[in-house]
Design a protein around this ligand. Structure first.
Ligand SMILES: [Zn+2]
Ligand SMILES: [Zn+2]
Length: 130
């Protein structure tokens, strides 16, 4: 199955769709050249093939805002992994929540994942939280 790539704006809560692309490179270029729809916003790329597969964090220098990562290419992470990370952030077990905070996942602070809850399929759990 072929993939589609979506530029999502995570400066909004929840994240909103900006543009759709046939290739991940095109999505990355759109962010790099400056999105006219979301100037100054924090943007990520979602790869969808049947459902969300991976989320890409573009280099900090190509985004208007968002986490100050140090990678110079788009860094892709499996949606499944991000879902797990998001659950760990909000774990009822303080040891787990603590460990994940000390892990310093620069690309994926809790708030960014929370805004991506639609893509991560954690909508219901998010709603339960205050
Ligand atoms: Zn925006
Ligand atoms: Zn990053």
């Amino acid at each position: 199955m072929s993939s589609n790539f979506y530029v999502l704006c995570v400066s909004h809560d929840p994240a909103i769709l900006s543009t759709e692309h046939r290739a991940g490179g095109d999505a990355a270029d759109t962010i790099k050249t400056g999105s006219t729809l979301h100037p100054g916003c924090d943007l990520v790329i979602e790869e969808v093939s049947g459902g969300p597969v991976e989320i890409g964090c573009p280099p900090a220098t190509s985004r208007g805002s968002g986490p100050r990562c140090y990678h110079s290419d788009v860094r892709w992470v499996e949606v499944q992994w991000l879902r797990m990370l998001s659950r760990a952030y909000t774990s009822a077990d303080p040891k787990v929540a603590d460990a994940v905070r000390q892990g310093r996942f620069t690309c994926w602070p809790q708030e960014r994942l929370h805004r991506l809850r639609g893509s991560l399929g954690i909508e219901d759990e998010a709603r339960e939280r205050p």
